[in-house]
Design a protein around this ligand. Structure first.
Ligand code: CA
Length: 127
């Protein structure tokens, strides 16, 4: 847990962002890739709409990359980087109904073809 401890200027004590831990553990576990995707999708579908809106997608990407970067000691992506990546994913994944939300099928299809993320996962998570 030490690697996931954060500090914020308004907080006296370090804290752990639970979403980062859950996202990282779900990726690192030995479950099938499809089960990991389903879990991550459900984890960040806060309003249980069976879709990820832009904010849910941005939070999932933030949690996912921050958690893994903390674990392996890489520099965290900036807020600007995350926003840019979220916009790109939404643009290239929301292709079925163009409703600016990702259904699970859109999410799964995008992740299946996102070789940059797959390379990152293989390099740092072995999955
Ligand atoms: Ca959609």
């Amino acid at each position: 847990m030490e690697k996931w401890k954060c500090t914020h200027k308004d907080e006296k004590e370090p804290y752990v962002v639970v979403n980062e831990v859950l996202a990282t553990c779900s990726v690192m576990c030995k479950e099938k890739y499809s089960a990991k995707l389903e879990y991550i999708f459900a984890l960040f579908d806060y309003n249980q709409s069976k879709t990820l809106n832009f904010d849910e997608l941005r939070l999932s990407i933030t949690s996912f990359f921050n958690g893994i970067c903390r674990l392996v000691g890489l520099e965290l992506p900036t807020v600007k980087d995350i926003a840019h990546r979220t916009g790109l994913i939404m643009k290239f994944a929301d292709v079925v109904d163009l409703d600016f939300r990702l259904s699970y099928d859109e999410f799964r299809s995008y992740m299946k073809h996102d070789f940059e993320t797959q390379d990152f996962l293989l390099k740092y998570c072995g999955t």
